[in-house]
Design a binder for this molecule. Structure first.
Ligand code: COA
Length: 629
C-alpha cells in the first residue's frame, strides 16, 4: 500500500515540484474546536534524523555501504546543504497546517501509477456470514447500508467521539474524507474529490450487481434515512432488474494502471450519458457490490480466498468488474456469504475504516429480523447507462486481461492464530505489537537467513491532518534476537533477554514515530524540499543504502478492531510480503500477501514461519518463567 513511496524514493529524478492537489474537504467549523487544539507536526532535528538513519541502516546494508553512507551523511550535515534544506522545511512547517500532508498525498497515492487494487487499496475481510442465497445477501446488505447511514449521522451532526492514542486526542479529519468521495484518474497525477461538503451533498449510494450500476436514494424527502425494510425492498428491485449476466464490466476499467485508466477515462466521459453515470458513482456516499457466488473452497482456504476476493474480485470472470475501484468505500456482500470492504487508500488509513466497521457490525447485531410493514412505495432505483463504443470495448478487454494477470499473481494466506493473543505478551509485560513484529523478524530470518528493511505504519494523528510515519522494525537488536534463536549455543535466558531488548527498542521507536520523531517522512520532506528549492539532489538520496532502506520486503501494519476481522493489502515491492494483523485478546488474525511471480516468496510458507515463531517465542517466555520460579 505504500508502493509509490518506494518507487519515488528509488527514482528521485521523477519527482516534480509540487502542484496544487485539489483540496480535500476540511472538517466542519464546529469540529474545529478540537482540530485547532491539535499540535502541528514537528520537523525533527536534522542531526537526530541523520543518526537514526545510520542506525536503521546498520542491520540491512553491508559494512562498506554503511561506511560510504556515513561519509555522505557527514557531508550533508557539515557542508551546509542539510541545514539549508532543513531551514526550508521549517519555513514550510510554519506556513502550513501540516508540512507533510500535501507531499504525502501526492507521493504515496496520487502520483502512484500502479493499479489501485492489490497495489494500494486495502481490504477488510469480515467473518464468514452464514447465508447462501439471494435473500440472505440482500438482508445483510440492507442492514449494512442502514448501519453505515447511522454512522454517517454522527459525521453529519459532528457527534463522532474523538479518538485517543496513548492518552492524546487524535485528528478526526480522515472520518470526513471517507464518505461521498472518489479518486479520479489523471494522465500523470490523480485527484480526489469529496462531495460531502458541496452545495448539494449526495443523498444516494451506488449499488452494483452483475456489473450493472444503480443509483439508490437512501434518504426520504424529509431528510430521514430509509429503514432497513425499505432498503431491502429497493435492493430486491435492483437485483431483479439486473439478472442478465452478459453485461460489459465497465467498472473493471478502474483496475487499470493509472495512466492507462486516465486515457480510457477521458475517452469514456466524452459521451454525455457516460459522463453523467460516472459522476453519479463518484458523487455517491459509498458503493455496495452485490457479488455473484464464487467457486467453493475448503474451510481452511475460505478466508484466504475471501481476502483475495475482497482485494481484487477474483478476475474478469467473477467479480472484478463488479467494482468501481476508485470509490473510497466499497462494501462487498457476496451471495455465498463472502463479505468485507475494499477502500481506496488516498483519503484515509485503516483505523478509521475499521472503527466504522465495528460500529456497523454492532448496529447490525441490534437489528431484529425484517418485518415487512406496509409502506409507501418508493420509486425504482435508477439504472446507470453506459454507451460502449468500440474503443471503450477495447479498453475493457485490455483491463480484463490485466486484471486476470494481477489475480494470478497475488498470493494470499490468512492465518488465524488461535494459540494465544495479546494476553500472553501482556502477562509477560511486553508490548503485543512489538512481540508480533519480532515474530515477523524471526520468521523472515529463518526463511532467508538474513533480515530486510521492514515498514510498520505508525499513526501521526496526534497532529493536525496527520497520517502515518514508519516504524523500522528491523534493528540491530531484532537481528541479534533472531540470530540467537537460530544459534544452538545460546541459552533460553540469553534469548529471552535479547527478545526483551528488541521489544523495548521497538517500543521506543514506536513512541518516537507516533510523536513525529521517526525518520522516513522527515527524509522525504528533505528530499521534496530540495526539489522545491530547485537545487541538485543531495547525494544521500542517490545512494544505494537509501534505495535498500526503502525496499521494504516486509510491509506491515497492525489494524486492531473489535470485530473478528482482518485487514489485508498487497506487498510493497515485487519480492516482498504485505502483512496486516489484528491482535485480539485470545487470538491473532494475520493476512499475508506476496506475488507468485517472485520465486523466493510464498505467503503460506511465511505464514507457517510466523506461526512457528510466535509459538517458539511463547515457549521461551513460559520456559524461562518456569526456570525463574
Ligand atoms: N506490558 C503490558 N501491557 C502492555 C505493554 C507492556 N509492556 N505494552 C503495551 N501493552 C498494552 C497496551 O497498554 C495496550 O493495551 P489495550 O489492549 O488495553 O489497549 C496493548 O498492550 C496494545 O499495545 P501495543 O501492542 O504496544 O500497541 P499499540 O496499541 O500501542 O499500537 C501501533 C502500536 C504502532 C500499532 C499504534 O501506535 C499505531 O500507530 N496504530 C496505527 C496504525 C496505522 O495507522 N495503520 C495504518 C494501516 S492502513
Amino acid at each position: 500500500m505504500l508502493a509509490v513511496f518506494v518507487r519515488a524514493a528509488l527514482h528521485p529524478g521523477r519527482m516534480k515540484p509540487s502542484r496544487l492537489v485539489r483540496p480535500v474537504t476540511k472538517i466542519p467549523e464546529r469540529s474545529l474546536v478540537h482540530q485547532e487544539s491539535l499540535p502541528k507536526l514537528p520537523v525533527p532535528p536534522l542531526k537526530q534524523t541523520c543518526e537514526r538513519y545510520l542506525a536503521a541502516l546498520e542491520p540491512i546494508v553491508s559494512k562498506e555501504e554503511l561506511d560510504h553512507t556515513q561519509q555522505l551523511v557527514q557531508e550533508f550535515l557539515k557542508g551546509g546543504v542539510g541545514e539549508r534544506v532543513q531551514k526550508g522545511l521549517e519555513r514550510r512547517a510554519r506556513k502550513t497546517d501540516n508540512w507533510l500532508s500535501e507531499w504525502w498525498m501526492q507521493t504515496a497515492y496520487l502520483d502512484c501509477r500502479m493499479p489501485v487494487p492489490v497495489y494500494t487499496s486495502p481490504g477488510v475481510v469480515l467473518p464468514r456470514m452464514h447465508f447462501q442465497d439471494r435473500q440472505g445477501q440482500i438482508r445483510f446488505a440492507a442492514k449494512l447500508i442502514a448501519g453505515v447511514l447511522d454512522f454517517k449521522r454522527m459525521i453529519d451532526t459532528e457527534t463522532l467521539p474523538v479518538e485517543y492514542l496513548s492518552g492524546k486526542p487524535l485528528c478526526m479529519d480522515q472520518y470526513y474524507q471517507i464518505l461521498s468521495s472518489c479518486r479520479i484518474p489523471g494522465p500523470k497525477r490523480d485527484t480526489v474529490v469529496n462531495h460531502a461538503m458541496g452545495k448539494t451533498p449526495p443523498t444516494h449510494i451506488t449499488v452494483v450487481h452483475n456489473f450493472q450500476f444503480f443509483v439508490l436514494d437512501v434518504y426520504n424527502s424529509d431528510g430521514t434515512s430509509l429503514t432497513v425494510d425499505q432498503i431491502y425492498m429497493q435492493l430486491e428491485k435492483i437485483w431483479n432488474s439486473s439478472l442478465q449476466t452478459n453485461k460489459e464490466p465497465i467498472g473493471i476499467l478502474t483496475s487499470q494502471h493509472r495512466n492507462t485508466w486516465g486515457k480510457a477515462y477521458n475517452n469514456l466521459i466524452k459521451d454525455k450519458i457516460n459522463k453523467e453515470s460516472v459522476r453519479a458513482i463518484q458523487k455517491s456516499i459509498f458503493t455496495v457490490c452485490l457479488d455473484a457466488p464464487i467457486p467453493r473452497v475448503s474451510d481452511e482456504m475460505y478466508l484466504s480466498r475471501g481476502a483475495a476476493q475482497i482485494l481484487h474480485g477474483g478476475g474478469a470472470r467473477w467479480n472484478s468488474g463488479n467494482r468501481w475501484f476508485d470509490k473510497t468505500l466499497q462494501f462487498i456482500v457476496g451471495e455465498d456469504g463472502t463479505c468485507g470492504l475494499v477502500y481506496e487508500h488516498a483519503p484515509a488509513e485503516g483505523p478509521p475504516i475499521v472503527f466504522l466497521i465495528d460500529y456497523v457490525v454492532k448496529y447490525m447485531q441490534k437489528q431484529t429480523e425484517i418485518v415487512r410493514s406496509p409502506m409507501v412505495p418508493l420509486s425504482m432505483p435508477q439504472k446507470l447507462r453506459f454507451n460502449i463504443t468500440p474503443d471503450i470495448k477495447r479498453d475493457i478487454e485490455k483491463a480484463k486481461q490485466n486484471m486476470n494477470i494481477m489475480v494470478h499473481d497475488l498470493d494470499v494466506k490468512v492465518l488465524m492464530f488461535f494459540h494465544f493473543g495479546k494476553n500472553v505478551p501482556k502477562q509477560h509485560k511486553l508490548s503485543p505489537d512489538a512481540f508480533v513484529q519480532m515474530a515477523l523478524q524471526l520468521a523472515y530470518f529463518r526463511m532467508y537467513d538474513t533480515c530486510c528493511s521492514t515498514y510498520e505504519s505508525a499513526s501521526l494523528r496526534m497532529f493536525k491532518y496527520g497520517r502515518t510515519d514508519a516504524i523500522r522494525s528491523t534493528t540491530v537488536d531484532s537481528l541479534r534476537f533472531a540470530q540467537a534463536m537460530q544459534d544452538p549455543a545460546k541459552q533460553g535466558s540469553e534469548r529471552l533477554a535479547l527478545l526483551q531488548k528488541a521489544v523495548q527498542k521497538h517500543k521506543e521507536n514506536t513512541y518516537d514515530a507516533i510523536h513525529g520523531q521517526a525518520i522516513d517522512r522527515h527524509l522525504l520532506g528533505l528530499k521534496r524540499q530540495s526539489i522545491e528549492d530547485l537545487t541538485s539532489m543531495p547525494e544521500i538520496f542517490m545512494d544505494t543504502s537509501y534505495a535498500v532502506a526503502h525496499h521494504y520486503c516486509l510491509s506491515t501494519s497492525q489494524v486492531g478492531s473489535k470485530t473478528d476481522c482482518v485487514m489485508c493489502f498487497g506487498p510493497m515491492v515485487p519480492d516482498g510480503y504485505g502483512v496486516c494483523y489484528n491482535p485480539m485478546d485470545e487470538h491473532i488474525n494475520i493476512a499475508i500477501t506476496a506475488f507468485n511471480s517472485c520465486e523466493e516468496t510464498n505467503a503460506a510458507k511465511f505464514a507457517q514461519a510466523v506461526e512457528e515463531a510466535l509459538l517458539d517465542m511463547r515457549a521461551l517466555l513460559d520456559d524461562t518463567a518456569t526456570v525463574k520460579q
